[in-house]
Ligand binder design. Structure first.
Ligand code: ADP
Ligand code: ZN
Ligand code: MG
Length: 479
């Protein structure tokens, strides 16, 4: 940060809940359907319609509260009144002064704890699409509105103003996303809008000064945008103050292409919304049994998952920074069970972790579906030297594409089978991997370079290999 300035950041994260139906009606909660097909009188706010609270949505909200170490409280619903075309009712049902979850915290991978002020339930709005050059309301030729998202259940997670750098804010969003996915509440797809971040940013000259006036940047939809928008906004505020001006409390929009924030409106206060108790819904009072049932059903959270792998690494005496990073990657992608099961199946810890973090992680969705037995069988072949690393990666790609299979059959199909007796082609592949330049030249026609590989293979097999067989293998690989 410039000249000792300090940022203060608080994040508000909207998380769409992965329910089958909407928050107050039976319409499907589904992304990407034909516009205005998942609608009914309730979510369109037609006269005489009445909301009925979705029990599953409440349970997911409670799961989020539990995972974020919140108190789960008796709560009420309020109407938040404002006009916008994406909201046919002219009000949004939200929770106001009595939210379901309060006073929690989220611990980041480095141990830093961020306070959670509240995590309340509310309904999502519809979606407007502004058609025109800018894609924004200003200068649009016309706008389209789709109410499919109207009434989709959300939990809004409001952090305390505890974050001090954009890197910390990114770490918070990344960790929160993993937690939300682990609770089963969210699919974590920021690019589809399942998770949207509003960043509140202020600056001050020193950490001893009181907080400065903040601006809120709306609807950031990637971890990267969160970091960029915060850095830009802090810089803008510092420049304003240093030029003798002052920061006005505002709601701002992040322009991803221009890399800057622009004014959306001056900040509205709670009283502008004329909140009042929703007369059509009763208070929500989860009892102890219900809370306990939700807590019991909750799986392991990312922090516990990282700790579990860190323990296995240290048991194997193989903790390094790179591996700690790999642990974070596999946990973030939900692939840690695969690693744990591979290790349980006798695969060396470092190999299980590396193949998962580097190769399986390239297609996390497929990797989460992958048959564990096939994966362990493949890594066993690599660990035994029956397959080279390169060959194992090739076979893994096939397993991922098919969701599983017999790795030795695939290896045979690929022509990796010959070495299963004497592991010749594995050794040749290793020699190639170790000498990429010579391999390129050999492939380009410099036949005499075969000697380099023969020498390598002889060395690593202590002279056991057949030089002619090595050449045959080299020619086969050159194709
Ligand atoms: P409002 O009721 O106006 O939305 P809140 O007090 O609920 O305001 O705060 C909204 C978010 O702004 C919270 O995440 C909070 O941590 C953050 N926040 C509050 N004050 C500041 C500040 N001075 N600088 C940065 N963030 C702040
Ligand atoms: Zn509906
Ligand atoms: Mg608020």
């Amino acid at each position: 940060m410039t000249d000792g300035w300090v940022m203060v950041i608080g994040l508000e994260v909207h998380c769409e809940l992965k329910t089958t139906t909407k928050l107050f009606c039976g319409c499907p909660n589904m992304f990407g359907n034909e516009p205005n097909t998942n609608v009914c009188p309730v979510c369109l706010g037609l006269p005489g319609s009445l909301p009925v609270l979705n029990q599953k949505a409440v349970e997911l909200a409670m799961a989020i509260g539990t995972a974020l170490n919140c108190d789960i409280r008796p709560s009420t619903f309020h109407r938040k009144n404002y006009f916008y075309p994406d909201q046919a009712k002219d009000y949004q049902i939200s929770q106001y002064d009595e939210p379901i979850n309060v006073d929690g915290w989220l611990e980041l991978p480095d141990g830093f704890r961020v306070g959670i002020e509240r995590a309340h339930m509310e309904e999502d709005t519809g979606k407007t699409t502004h058609v025109g050059a800018t894609g924004r309301i200003h200068g649009a030729d016309y706008s389209l509105v789709d109410y499919n998202r109207s009434g989709v259940p959300l939990v809004e997670i409001v952090s305390d103003p505890d974050l001090r750098t954009s890197a910390q804010a990114r770490a918070y969003v990344t960790e929160l996303r993993s937690v939300l996915v682990a609770t089963g509440a969210s699919d974590g797809k920021m690019e589809e809008g399942s998770m949207r971040v509003d960043a509140n940013v202020s600056v001050r000259r020193s950490a001893d000064d009181p907080f400065g006036t903040r601006c809120e940047i709306k609807n950031l939809n990637s971890v990267r945008s969160v970091g960029r928008a915060i850095d830009y906004e802090a810089g803008r505020q510092i420049a304003l103050i240093e030029s003798g001006d002052r920061v006005m409390q505002q709601t701002r929009h992040w322009d991803e292409d221009a890399g800057r924030t622009v004014t959306l409106r001056s900040k509205e206060d709670a009283y502008d919304y004329r909140y009042f108790l929703e007369p059509d819904l009763v208070p929500l009072v989860p009892d102890a049994d219900w809370k306990a049932a939700v807590a019991d059903a909750l799986g392991m959270m990312p922090a516990q998952r990282r700790a579990r792998l860190a323990d296995l690494l240290s048991d194997a005496g193989s903790v390094t920074d790179a591996r700690t990073e790999q642990v974070a990657t596999v946990v973030d992608l939900g692939l840690d069970d695969l690693v744990v099961e591979a290790i349980a199946g006798g695969i060396p810890t470092a190999l299980a972790l590396a193949r998962t973090a580097n190769e399986a992680a390239t297609d996390p969705e497929a990797a989460r579906q992958l048959d564990t037995g096939s994966y362990v069988a493949l890594l066993s072949m690599e660990a035994a030297g029956t397959l080279s690393a390169t060959q194992a990666k090739t076979v893994l790609a096939e397993l991922l594409a098919a969701g599983g299979g017999d790795p030795s059959a695939i290896a045979r199909e690929k022509g990796f089978e010959a070495m299963s007796d004497n592991s010749l082609s594995a050794t040749v592949a290793q020699a190639i991997e170790g000498n990429p330049d010579e391999w390129a030249r050999y492939c380009a026609g410099e036949d005499k370079l075969a000697q380099v590989f023969i020498g390598q293979v002889m060395k690593s097999t202590r002279g056991q290999a057949n030089g002619k067989a090595v050449v045959t293998e080299l020619q086969r690989l050159r194709g």
